[in-house]
Ligand binder design. Structure first.
Ligand SMILES: Cc1ncc(COP(=O)(O)O)c(C=O)c1O
Length: 358
């Protein structure tokens, strides 16, 4: 229950918002919408957790509708049949972040090229993702300067290009021509490349323009993002991103491997290793003399750690080859088999097993 003071405060807020909206022209966000038919859904904790195309365990969800929305935009963006994937985002920024993230995972050495008229959220995304980037001049209209792009790409022919194309710049709604960009990369024989279309502003209507702007999958884009609360108009920030499914699957696969390998602390502390090597080469008699003392204890500790890391490194190598084998999934027998194959002797095995129990 609201207190009287809270109610008055909310009423005042309502008046202020209504006034401000009345004075707003509706650019870039449209305001001529009426979602009152959906208002009653606001009483539920609806959440489409994760992939809209995967099975959900949480039942308060609307994935069927999300799939329909994404599928509508995949068609609009002429995504290749059976080779697209996407989801409803929280806005253009997130869709662009996803596109850039995919590009980074596919082309870790890639450099991002984008025009000086690109939305400011993109440089935040690039910073966030730690991607190398080069700003390209824009023409007066706001469209990217293709000559500057070509010359800059030429200088950096040794690194895969990731072009971030604007499909409707923030100030002038200028559109970069994805087909031209793709053609420039073709002419420079740059095969490993990625193009993301930031269609935050124009993506929802560009397909209906005549002539149709070159911005989608058929023109050479690898992902397209739109913002739902701009041209379409929505009271809650939202957007859509669509990408090539095979790319999404490639990075999902790489992530699974990464996850398996990195669940185990794989770092090998250099100092420990050097110390361990020195101890390894001490004559046994000397170690015998030191037995029981604090140095001996320390030496044993170092040695154990060294062996543990060495064994773990080997185990990780095995895991790399047998992607799905995690130490948690392995039974004792399999562990013993692998250790035998790796030539781990009983002392090492004992140390390793002890560590595994830690
Ligand atoms: C061209 C462009 N890209 C990206 C964005 C960011 O979109 P959002 O506000 O939906 O995160 C905007 C927002 O105005 C934009 O105009």
């Amino acid at each position: 229950m609201l207190t009287e003071a809270d109610r008055r405060r909310l009423d005042a807020l309502h008046i202020r918002i209504a006034d401000a909206s009345g004075a707003s022209l509706g650019y870039p966000s449209a305001k001529d919408f009426d979602y009152s038919d959906l208002a009653h859904f606001l009483q539920y904790p609806i959440n489409n957790v994760g992939d809209p195309f995967a099975e959900a365990t949480y039942r308060v969800e609307t994935r069927e509708f999300e799939r329909e929305v994404v599928s509508f935009f995949a068609d609009l963006f002429r995504a290749p049949a059976d080779d697209w994937w996407g989801y409803v985002t929280n806005g253009g920024t997130e869709g662009n972040l996803y596109g850039l993230y995919l590009a980074r995972e596919l082309l870790p050495k890639g450099v991002v090229y984008y025009s000086e008229h690109t939305h400011y959220s993109v440089s935040k995304n690039l910073h966030f993702l730690g991607m190398r980037h080069i700003m390209i001049r824009a023409q007066e209209s706001g469209e990217i300067d293709y000559e500057d792009l070509r010359e800059t790409l030429k200088i950096h022919r040794d690194v895969p290009p990731i072009v971030f194309a604007n499909i409707g710049t923030t100030m002038t709604e200028a559109r970069d021509d994805v087909r031209k960009i793709s053609g420039i990369m073709d002419s420079l024989a740059m095969r490993d490349r990625y193009i993301h279309s930031d269609a935050a502003l124009d993506g929802a209507f560009a397909a209906f323009l005549d002539p149709r702007p070159h911005y989608d999958f058929a023109d050479g884009a690898d992902s397209v993002a739109i913002s739902g609360h701009k041209f379409i108009g929505a009271p809650i920030p939202c957007g859509v991103v669509v990408a090539r499914k095979r790319n999404v699957q490639r990075i999902a696969h790489a992530m699974r491997e990464h996850h398996v390998v990195h669940r185990i602390p794989a770092e090998r502390p250099r100092r420990t290793e050097r110390l361990a090597e020195r101890i390894d080469h001490r004559p046994p008699e000397l170690l015998q003399q030191l037995k029981g003392g604090p140095l001996h204890q320390a030496a044993l500790g170092v040695r154990r750690r060294h062996l543990r890391h060495r064994a773990l490194d080997q185990r990780i190598e095995v895991q790399r080859r047998h992607v799905d084998l995690t130490r948690h999934q392995l039974g004792k027998k399999e562990i013993a088999k692998i250790d035998k194959a790796l030539g781990l002797d009983s002392e090492r095995l004992h140390i390793l097993e002890q560590w595994l129990r830690d």
